[in-house]
Design a protein around this ligand. Sequence first.
Ligand code: UTP
Length: 278
Amino acid sequence: MIKKCLFPVAGYGTRFLPATKAMPKEMMPIVNKPLIQYGVQEAMEAGMSQIAFVTGRRKRAIEDHFDRTYELEDQISGTKAEKNLEEIRLLMQTCTFSYTRQIQMKGLGDAIRTGETLIGNQPFGVILADDLCIGDERPVLLQMVEIYAKYQCSIVAVEEVSPQETEKYGIISGKKLEDRLFIVESMIEKPPAGEAPSNHAIIGRYILTPDIFENLRNLPPGRNGEIQITDALNVQAKKKMVLGFQFRGKRFDCGRLEGFVAATNHFFDLMRANGTPH
Ligand code: UTP
């Protein structure tokens, strides 16, 4: 039903310097698979096979990752190592990949606005690959597609965080619609502990209706002088329904060292338990 998924990947990844000095943050591996591949896999499992990247300078490795590597593939053809390419080959057969560049890092909202040229006038998914999500039973973006099928409106994934952590996230306030689902009344970007209207933090999964682009175009810079997607969603929530969805599953914040290491341990244990080669 929703065919396109946007990946804003233009950020500098300063929290991972020096690793991200010349390499995109999204190419950092969790065990032997780059973060971005987990994200694209989730999009594919949600039925979104048209993958759109908003990239920036120094991000060429992402394009190369989703392309053939003839010399290497020829070299390992018929060997044990070929098995390690099975997943990425399936992604490359199933999906198409398109790219546009964000010229200046003016915030996530600006990155999403830049993606309009690849998305056009249709609802779309957004994945921030540094939030690595593992859904209970079904992938998180697929859970959101199922809600979209019922309500046909923008949906943000939310997670309960501790009161001390609200200052790291966009926080929603709203009315409960059904189990795990809230009608968003407003969103505040990174409220200090004690000033947050709830503990429901927005994480890096969205389904957006295309009128969001119009809202983004008309926005003045918000917090930190950046164009904030939460500001555009606030405008949208005043005109029509926007939902907050408390997804079923687990999230690792791989944009921070602690989350990155926790995800690595999780997937390494999983691989060992499955006896998967690495
Ligand atoms: P972050 O806030 O995590 O920023 O962006 P960052 O640059 O990636 O990392 P740090 O904070 O410097 O370590 C959230 C998401 O939005 C994208 C990033 O690539 C990331 O996926 N983004 C952010 C853009 O594409 N463009 C921007 O201008 C800002």
